[in-house]
Design a protein around this ligand. Structure first.
Ligand SMILES: Cc1cc2nc3c(=O)[nH]c(=O)nc-3n(C[C@H](O)[C@H](O)[C@H](O)COP(=O)(O)O)c2cc1C
Length: 97
């Protein structure tokens, strides 16, 4: 485990090898097991494979080439609605308690 943590690196270049839907779904299913507030799973995941959509999103990533170069881009969108309904956040996003 320590070796794995010490040797990890950010990857900025990808092969054009496709990622099968079944593998991607398995990875996402494992990702949903990550610890999160009250297990509310306050996020959605947008899977982006279409090159045209990746091009559209490139400016939001300062046109860094790894976005258009990756076969699949995942966007994790955070949504606080269930937490807000419980009174956990104010409109500004600040904690009430
Ligand atoms: C929230 C976050 C945003 C990042 N954004 C970028 C980015 O836009 N472009 C990039 O090349 N690296 C990005 N990185 C990677 C960091 O630059 C990288 O972790 C750092 O240079 C150390 O390199 P390492 O991850 O290989 O140890 C980001 C990392 C984090 C945690």
């Amino acid at each position: 485990m320590l070796e794995c943590m010490k040797n990890r690196r950010s990857i900025r270049k990808y092969t054009d090898q496709d990622i099968p839907e079944s593998l991607l779904n398995e990875l996402l299913e494992v990702a949903t097991r990550a610890s999160n507030t009250g297990n509310m799973q306050l996020y959605s995941v947008v899977v982006t494979r279409d090159p045209a959509n990746k091009e559209k999103m490139a400016p939001a990533h300062f046109n860094q080439p790894m976005i258009t170069g990756a076969p699949v881009v995942l966007y994790f969108l955070c949504g606080c609605e269930p937490f807000r309904e419980m009174g956990g956040v104010q409109e500004s996003g600040g904690r009430i308690r």
